[in-house]
Structure formats: C-alpha cells, structure tokens
Design a protein around this ligand. Sequence first.
Ligand code: FAD
Length: 310
Amino acid sequence: MKVVAPSFEVLDNLDNESLAVRIEFCGRICYKSEDKIDRESALPFVSKMAEHGHNSVLEMGVVTFEITCAHYHQINELFLTHPRYLQIDRSGNTLLVTGSVRAFRELLMFHPDCALVNAICSFLNERHPYFFSTILPKNGFKDTSDISVTKLELSEVDKLPASVYEHHRHIAVKFIVNRAVTHEIVRHRPCSFLQESQRYCRYSDDKFGSEVTFIEPMFFEPDSDEYAVWQQAMIDTEKMYLRLLQTSTPQAARTVLPNSCKTELIVYANLTEWKHIFKLRTSKAAEPSMREVMIPLQEDFTQRFSAIFS
Ligand SMILES: Cc1cc2nc3c(=O)[nH]c(=O)nc-3n(C[C@H](O)[C@H](O)[C@H](O)COP(=O)(O)OP(=O)(O)OC[C@H]3O[C@@H](n4cnc5c(N)ncnc54)[C@H](O)[C@@H]3O)c2cc1C
C-alpha cells in the first residue's frame, strides 16, 4: 500500500489549450488513461465522448460569446428555453454568454428552433464539427445572419469588470484527496466534476503499482497508537480488496475500500461558485481534511484573482 499527502493543482495550463485538448485531459482522469494522450488523441477521444453521450466530460470546456441581436424577441426566445447552465449578462440587444460544450449541444437538441441557439451552435460547429456531427439539425442550421456572434478570447474575458467577470471566468482545479473529501465537494451543484473511477480502475494492475493508495490522515500523529490502528486497517483492507479482485470486478471489490482511499477529482466552476465554496469549506465548521486543501487553495485564488477574492 502507498500513503500520500493530499494536494491540489490549479489547471491554468489548460486555459489556453483548445477545447478538445482540455476536455480530453480532464476526461481521462476517470479511466486514469492519461498515458494515452498524444498529439493525435484529443479529437478521437472527444468525438467518442460526444457520440456515446458521456456528456459530463463535455462540460470541461467553456466558451464566452458576445452576441448582438437585431431584434429583442430573439433574446426573449433564448430566455424562454430556461438556459440554467449558461451565464448570461445583458446590455440592451447585446448579450455576454458563457456555456460549456455540453450546454450548447443540449440547447440545440432540445430547442432546435431558437435562433440564438442556432447562431451559437453554427458558429461552434464551423470550428469544432466533432462536437455536433451526431446532432446536426435535419435541414441544417437556420439563417441567423441578423445575429452577430463573436467569441471572446480568454485575455478579453480577463479584462471584464469584476462583477461580470466572476460569472464568466471559469477555472479548473485537480484535487488528490480522500474519498470523504470528494464526497463533500461534489455536493456543490453549479460545478462540473470528473473523478477517478473505482469501477474502471483495477488497482492490482501494474500502472497502479499493484497496490491501493491512501491519503495520509491529518487527524493522527504519525507515531501515535491511533495512526498504528489506522495503518493496520488500511493494510487489512488492501489485502481483502486484492483478494476479491482475483474472482470479481473492480466495482465489486471496491465495496471494501474506505474513505481514506486516494481519489483524483477535477472541479470546474466559475469564480462566483469558487467564492461560495471557499466560504463554506474554509470555515471552522468545515471538515478538517477539507480545510487542509481549501485554505491554501483560497490563498492561491486570492493571489490570482485579487479583485474577486481579496
Ligand atoms: C459545515 C457543513 C456541514 C454540512 N453538513 C451536512 C449534513 O450533515 N448533511 C448533508 O446532507 N449535507 C451537509 N452539508 C452539505 C450542504 O448541505 C450543501 O449540500 C453543500 O455545502 C453545498 O452547498 P450549497 O447548497 O450552499 O450550494 P451549491 O450547491 O454550491 O450551490 C451554490 C448556490 O447555487 C444555488 N443553488 C444551487 N442549486 C440550487 C437549487 N436546487 N435550488 C436553489 N438554489 C440552488 C444557491 O444559491 C447556492 O448557494 C454540509 C456542508 C457544510 C459546509
């Protein structure tokens, strides 16, 4: 068995990657198949996700648009679709809209007559056809020449006024923490999540070192009796897990795995939601192992986005 410290990484390196590259990077955490990433792998991977409807993976790429409509009714029509997964700010006939690939795809699937949805999706489809190939409207996109759609580069999003910026700027964080902490983080509904799957990962495989990895518990001093009890419990658990794997699947064997198991989780959210998460998860009432990662992460965010977090 292996014991590691909890950690986090702000995935800002993905912010300037293409949608396909960032979606692949995040998606592969589920299968722990990051070793399969190469220069050619992103498009086949995201096409497969879109085709098979593994839609939560498609939440890991968001795009911000500035959209100007010729008519007010085109904007009203968009609001009538109840677009709860879009961030929208409005100034007259101009909208600032941020959404994930999944949000735009599903708007097209369920509201194919909405002109604004057609304008956004036809813009995206021209640049990223692999996201739409299986859901294209039978008679093609509607003529939306009276709607102007411009994609905002991240550098332009970063210049938005703070009150607008915090809704549109999304940031992903990868956590390596125990299963109890991830169970709590995934309660935050406005986020998108992808998590290492204990159903797919077989920890007896060579790529996992044929062992189970646990997170160092912050509750017990390393030389204490309590630590020794915890350590023995993990050793016994690992033995039982590996024994069960000889005759059953990972999803069956994992039923003996404890909260201390190491899990990787990517959380993708806008800055408004991160503010909410920090408020709840750094307070004295929060679980100590949660505070162990959230307090330093909040400090990191305060340095990066001082206008929002200081
Ligand atoms: C100290 C602590 C103890 C806890 N103890 C327990 C416990 O004993 N049992 C338990 O089950 N959970 C517990 N939780 C989890 C808690 O109940 C929330 O599920 C979790 O913190 C998510 O936060 P949230 O609901 O405020 O907002 P999020 O899910 O992060 O949503 C952010 C915001 O979006 C809005 N929103 C999202 N979804 C909806 C919706 N459906 N309707 C209306 N508004 C919405 C709200 O404005 C909300 O503030 C605990 C959390 C903490 C921090």
